[in-house]
Ligand binder design. Sequence first.
Ligand code: PLP
Length: 401
Amino acid sequence: MRDVLLWPEPVEAAGTMGRPQARGRFGEYGGRYAPESLVEACREVDEAFREAWADPGFRGALARLLAVHAGRPTPLTPARRLSEALGVQLYLKREDLTHTGSHKINNVLGQALLATRMGRRRLIAETGAGQHGVATATAAALLGLEATVFMGERDIERQALNVFRMRMLGAEVIPVTTGSRTLKDATSEAMRHWVGATGDSHYCVGSVVGPDPYPWMVREFQRVIGDEARVQCAAELRTGVPDHVVACVGGGSNAAGTFAGFADTPARLVGVEAEGGAGAARGRLGVLHGCRSLFLQDDDGQITQAHSIAAGLDYPGVGPEHAHLRDLGRARYVTVTDDEAVGAAVRLARTEGIVPALESAHALAWVIRATGGGELPAGSTVLMTLSGRGDKDVSTLKELL
Ligand SMILES: *Cc1c(COP(=O)(O)O)cnc(C)c1O
């Protein structure tokens, strides 16, 4: 594995959530650490994405897909009763109301459309709990592509319903039997498989991780969250821009997309990680799945297993741009326990009539704690991205409540 210098792009300002610097870097993070054949495949994706993103035809086609198929724009909902109890003004960006029930659809529709433009006929994806796999299978069916989804054997046992959903949507689900038989191994296997299939397949990465251009490209496909919210806040809030912008962080895609809409404002950006998956808050510099970033590691530098009640936060690292935003002090990263997240989920259900995904409940748990602890002063305005709906988590919650 080595980092090959194939970046033609001039250096741009970093830290403003613009394009990455030369060689796909966000500060000292990012890059393209991949075998030769994948470096070439990444270069092709990079070139195709740059062209497509500058093409109003592509932008228009994607905007239409997001509108007529995914249900965008999603509403900005004032959480009235909860706000009153907390003494702040909390607004929820409702990604839970998109088709398939989370923000993941924004990214997969973008990548599926790009794959079509590149003449690819198949999408390859990795999945942990199955959320990204289901979204990929959905986008593939919609655009007439095939989908091959790699999933750890243990996750297949734990997430039978999503496995069925993917197969129902026509995707092939391939069990991964190596290592811990979970997401990390499924990702390695998907990348290995792509090596032999770059000619006809696009690798659809599920978060702002992986080799350049994925962290940047996925953030741009998720930027729609932040861009919409920016306009909605301008119309809804007296101050125009919220004091705080909060989102949960697994790999970091819903947070990056949200932050991108507010990077040039005075809003304070807060990423909330699971206590057991705190790549940004507690990770160390390393290289995994094609990029340099912060990962949970043991003393020998081995990447360790993440643990969270929220499957989407169960990734041992964080996207390179978040690592950079942390270093710059532009965003801060905090952690929340499983118990706090479950408590927050129940509270949102009972005050606002919304059952959130356990991932999103982490973001809310921090808001609740921060209002009590004075980090969020009375009267603050808070925008929080509600990344997904809780239907997938009801059996987990049922065991606990
Ligand atoms: C996958 C997922 C996440 C975590 O992924 P990010 O890339 O960090 O956004 C968060 N919330 C939901 C509902 C998810 O499905």
